[in-house]
Structures are given as C-alpha cells and as structure tokens.
Design a protein around this ligand. Structure first.
Ligand code: NAP
Length: 348
C-alpha cells in the first residue's frame, strides 16, 4: 500500500504537545505545506504556549483554520475526548476533507533515576496515563470520529530510540515509549488502510532534552547528553522537515522510521570518536603490552615442573627440609612459563 500523503489536499490535523518543542514546529512547518482550507487542532496544557504556536502559524498562512484546546492529557477520559472531537467537528466545515492526521507528540521524560529507585507508584501511573493510556484513548476517538469525514487517516507516533535500546536512568521513559510503539505496530496490522508511522526524531534541542542534562541521576548520562548537545543535536526544524519529507515521499515500509537508525547511530558515534578511538586503542595496547611484559617477567621466576613419576614412599621419617630443597631449589625440576607456552604453541 502506498504510504505517501498529500499535504495539498484539504486536511484536518490534530497535534498533541503543540505548545512548544517538536509539536510546535510540526504545526508551524505543516502550515507551510498545507492546503489553505485545512484545519489545525493544537492540544497541550499551556494556553500561552498554544497561543504562541497559533500566532506563528498565522504569520505563515492567515487562511488556515487553527483551534487551540488546553487539555491535560495526564487525566485520560474517554467521554472528555469524545466530547472534544464532537465539538470540533460541529464547529468546522468538514466537506472536502481528504486527509485526517493525528500527531501523538505530547510527552514527558518521567523520573530520571536508576531502576531500583523507581518505586513511587503515583509517578509511574502519572507517566503511563500521559504517555500511553491517553494516547490509546485519544487514538481510538480519532479513528472512530474522523474516519467518516476523512477518507485517508494518517497516524504519527513520536517515539524514541530510548524505547528500542536501554539507556541509563530512562527506564520509565523508555518502557513507555516501547509500549506505545508496539501499540501502534499492532494498530498498523489491524488497520492496513490507515497510514501509521512511528517516527523517532533523534536527539533534538528542546526543554525535554535540557531536562535530562539538568535532572538525571547518572553523571554518565548527563555527560553523554551534554556531549550530544555540543555536537550532533538537531534543531526542531531539522527533524520536523525530515518527518514531513518522509510522510510526503511515503518511503517507509511499515510503521517505523528513525531519524537516527541504529546503523546511523553507530556511524555517528564512530565519527564523533574518530580522534579519541585510535588514541584509546593505542593506550589499550600499550597497557596490555606492559601487562604482558610484567606477566612474563614475574612468571619467568621458576615454578615447579609437575611430577610425572609418583614419589617413592619414604622408608625413613620424612625430612621436610629435604623436600623443600628438592621441590623448590633443584634446577632439574624447574621450567618457565615461557617454555611451557612455546610447547603449547608447537603442539597446535
Ligand atoms: N527532544 C528529544 O531529543 C526527543 C527525542 C526523542 C523523542 N522525543 C519525543 O518528542 C516528543 C516531544 O518532545 P519535546 O522534546 O518537544 O518536548 P517538550 O519541548 O518538553 O514538549 C513536550 C510537549 O508535551 C506537552 N505536554 C507535556 N505534558 C502534557 C500533559 N500532561 N498534557 C498535555 N500536553 C502535555 C507539552 O505542553 P504543556 O506543557 O503546555 O502541556 C509540550 O507541548 C515527546 O513525545 C518526546 O518523548 C523527543
């Protein structure tokens, strides 16, 4: 099935977390590409932030319809979401809509602590209410209410690499992202006519990114995020432009696209470490070399050769002094580790 979307057709677009960061940029950048009759629905808690996003959209295109809805998504309620959608549909001209989009973008970083310290159930529940349960309910309402007015539905889940591979202190965040991603993979299988995209935006300079550097328990995590911030971090415009290009081109196979695929991540890492890595390897070899030399020096002190013949039973009372002399001093019964190694090598 072709996955590409056409922003030049009349669309209704829902964006959660549109008051700042990636969500705001999705809204503004979309308004540059959208058909002028399209309708943008912006959702987040901050009225001020939503108004600012709306103002930026109207600076790009005054003819686009923009609605803002201040809503706390950490209290998911099916009735509230149904009413919200009914009110929105009643207030707009739905004729001629060809695409219905929802960008599940709102999110919170959760508690940035090691797993054994994640024991506050209230925080866990709040995190999952916002990042998973509200998404599941909102998504259901979107499909059921928008399908009758928009022939083609498009669902974008903003996910994260932290939901695919383990990252220190991000167990709460990563587990939520992983669950959410699988939820949308199942949806993609169940609803083959809906375009579903799990988009991982890469490291993006937003308040969420900054909060990891400021709040993480692990100094290692703080340092690595600070390094990314100083080098490869993306702007919201860069990642959103990529996201919209991916959607327009439809060049994603199933439901997953990562701005930074694991391969890209490794290549980036290798590029970032292009000076440090050779240095580390050289130092590593030097340390190994010194250790081997120490080993050889230490072990070339003679050690007893294993006895091949059992010692004859003493007829006289045992003279321990002789034993010590025989075992530890006699030149004939000693070999070196170096000699043993050579033998081993020759045998193979
Ligand atoms: N930045 C990155 O490096 C990065 C990397 C991978 C994935 N992501 C994902 O990208 C998405 C956007 O993140 P961002 O970096 O743009 O973060 P951000 O700047 O902190 O923005 C988060 C958005 O979510 C909204 N939000 C938070 N709690 C909410 C609640 N209870 N109810 C409704 N809306 C709420 C915020 O609006 P209000 O505060 O006004 O409610 C805000 O608009 C998130 O899903 C995040 O996990 C980000």
């Amino acid at each position: 099935m072709a996955c590409s979307v056409n922003f030049n057709k009349k669309s209704i677009i829902f964006i959660t977390g549109a008051s700042k960061g990636i969500g705001r940029t999705i809204a503004v950048e979309l308004s540059r590409r959208l058909d002028q009759n399209s309708i943008l629905i912006l959702i987040a808690r901050s009225v001020k932030g939503l108004d600012e996003t709306k103002a930026q959209i109207l600076m790009v295109d005054k003819s686009i319809t923009v609605q803002t809805h201040a809503l706390d998504l950490s209290n998911p309620d099916l009735n509230d979401y149904n009413k919200l959608f009914q009110n929105i549909l009643a207030s707009i001209d739905t004729s001629g809509i060809e695409f219905g989009f929802i960008f599940h973008n709102a999110g919170h970083i959760g508690t940035l602590k090691q797993t054994i310290d994640l024991t506050d159930l209230t925080t866990w529940r709040e995190y999952y209410d916002l990042n998973l349960f509200s998404v599941a309910l909102l998504n259901s309402v979107f499909i059921k209410q928008i399908r009758p007015v928009a022939p083609q539905l498009v669902i974008v889940n903003i996910t994260s690499l932290c939901g695919r591979s383990p990252t220190l202190n991000l167990a709460m965040y990563g587990s939520g992202k992983a669950a959410r991603e699988l939820f949308f993979k199942v949806l993609a299988v169940e609803e083959p006519k809906i375009i579903v995209l799990n988009y991982s935006p890469g490291p993006v300079k937003t308040e969420m990114f900054e909060s990891i550097i400021a709040e993480a328990q692990s100094e290692v995590l703080k340092k690595s995020f600070q390094e990314v911030k100083d080098t490869t971090v993306l702007s919201t415009e860069q990642t959103v432009s990529k996201l919209l290009d991916v959607l327009e081109k439809g060049d994603f196979k199933t439901d997953t696209y990562s701005e930074m695929s694991p391969l890209m991540f490794l290549l980036n890492l290798a590029w970032d470490c292009r000076y440090r890595l050779p240095l580390l390897i050289t130092v590593g070899f030097m340390v190994l070399d010194v250790r081997m030399q120490l080993d050889i020096n230490v072990q070339t002190r003679r050690i007893p050769r294993p006895r091949t013949q059992p010692r004859p039973l003493p007829e006289q009372p045992v003279n321990h002094e002789d034993d010590i002399r025989e075992d530890d001093i006699s030149d004939d019964s000693w070999t070196t580790t170096a000699e043993e190694t050579v033998t081993d090598l020759e045998e193979y």
